[in-house]
Design a protein around this ligand. Structure first.
Ligand code: PAF
Length: 326
């Protein structure tokens, strides 16, 4: 790897080179000799990001955005890999957004490692790693927020008041700054995905919001930056979320489809696991997130469980007509 003033070069094999752009910036990938190099630029100024996005748009490039708070794991990388194939230019934003953390939450200890994240993003072929500062995103006097009312209220919204107001606000700001035609989010934060889809629909935003499947460890634990907080006993106990999901799928294989049957099986697994405390369990309509009494066609099982001082979430689709769900 060569690093030049925030531009990373990596050998690649993609033959679709289009050479330097009109603005003199390298276009990805760029043929050099017999190999190809992928450039990744790190941009932290909002106006620079906006100018580049406008220039890309004027040249007809489709921009995809993967919004993140960094500390990448394979889940993030899978979103980037998807965005890379579905767009001409891929921007990954890395911003630990203070407005989505409550006063007693983990903002101060949220894991961060810019160098490692940059190396991983570059490896996927990300064009721009966008790292705005909190001071620029929320300068003194800042007072404009956006709220997706009903969808933000229950589930994680009940446990984390104000959380989705912060998420919706920062995502809307990022959309204005990066001007993506497509934005890619993980399904692990299922309520967040529903909130952002609603935000885009309600405000007529010209961006397709795409949800991508949860990526799991080999033993089933959903990947999350917060998994790093778990000690070894909590890490072992955290498997109860996936075991509970498997139990719910088992119930679906019988004729039982009721909320009581499904949640009883889920509750039994979690409550018999040490170090756990249930925050919420829900069986909901996949779009409105309103509770359903029985799985008719499809429902989403939502789980939030405390492992010591760490709260983990997970979810799965339960479908009447399928033996196995994602
Ligand atoms: O899912 C996250 O990492 C964050 O909530 C997001 C969407 C980047 C907004 O800060």
């Amino acid at each position: 790897m060569i690093k030049i003033k925030g531009i990373f070069l990596t050998q690649g094999l993609d033959p679709a080179s289009d050479g330097p752009g009109l603005d003199g910036r390298p276009q990805n990938p760029l043929r050099i000799g017999r190999g190809f190099v992928f450039f990744m630029e790190i941009i932290s100024e909002i106006k620079d990001m906006q100018a580049l996005a406008a220039e890309w748009r004027s040249r007809g490039f489709k921009i995809a955005l993967v919004p993140t708070m960094g500390y990448f794991h394979r889940g993030h990388l899978s979103l980037m890999e998807y965005g890379k194939t579905s767009s001409d230019r891929l921007v990954v934003s890395l911003f630990v957004n203070p407005t989505q953390f409550g006063p007693n939450e983990d903002l101060a200890r949220y894991p961060q490692d810019l160098e490692r994240d940059a190396a991983q993003a570059r490896g996927v072929g990300v064009d721009v790693l966008y790292t705005p500062t909190a001071a620029a995103m929320y300068p003194p006097g800042y007072q404009t927020y956006v709220e997706v009312e009903r969808l933000s209220q229950g589930w994680c919204g009940a446990s984390r008041p104000g959380h989705f107001k912060g998420v919706a606000t920062v995502v809307l700001k990022l959309f204005h700054q990066v001007q993506p035609e497509e934005a890619v989010f993980g399904e692990k934060d299922y309520q967040q995905l529903a909130v952002i889809k609603r935000l885009a629909a309600d405000l007529d935003l010209p961006v397709a919001v795409v949800g991508r499947p949860i990526v799991r460890e080999a033993d089933g634990l959903a990947l999350s930056s917060r998994n790093t907080y778990l000690n070894s006993a909590e890490r072992a106990a955290a498997l109860c979320l996936y075991r509970a999901i498997l139990a719910a799928r088992e119930v679906m294989l019988t004729d039982a489809r009721s909320r009581e049957d499904i949640l009883a099986a889920v509750r039994k697994i979690i409550m018999s696991t040490p170090h756990t405390r249930i925050d919420y369990l829900g069986l909901v309509d996949p779009e409105t997130l309103e509770e359903v009494g029985t799985v008719r066609q499809e429902a989403r099982l939502l789980l939030a469980v405390w492992l010591g001082s760490t709260r983990l979430i997970d979810n799965t689709l339960l479908a009447e007509s399928r033996l196995c769900c994602v």
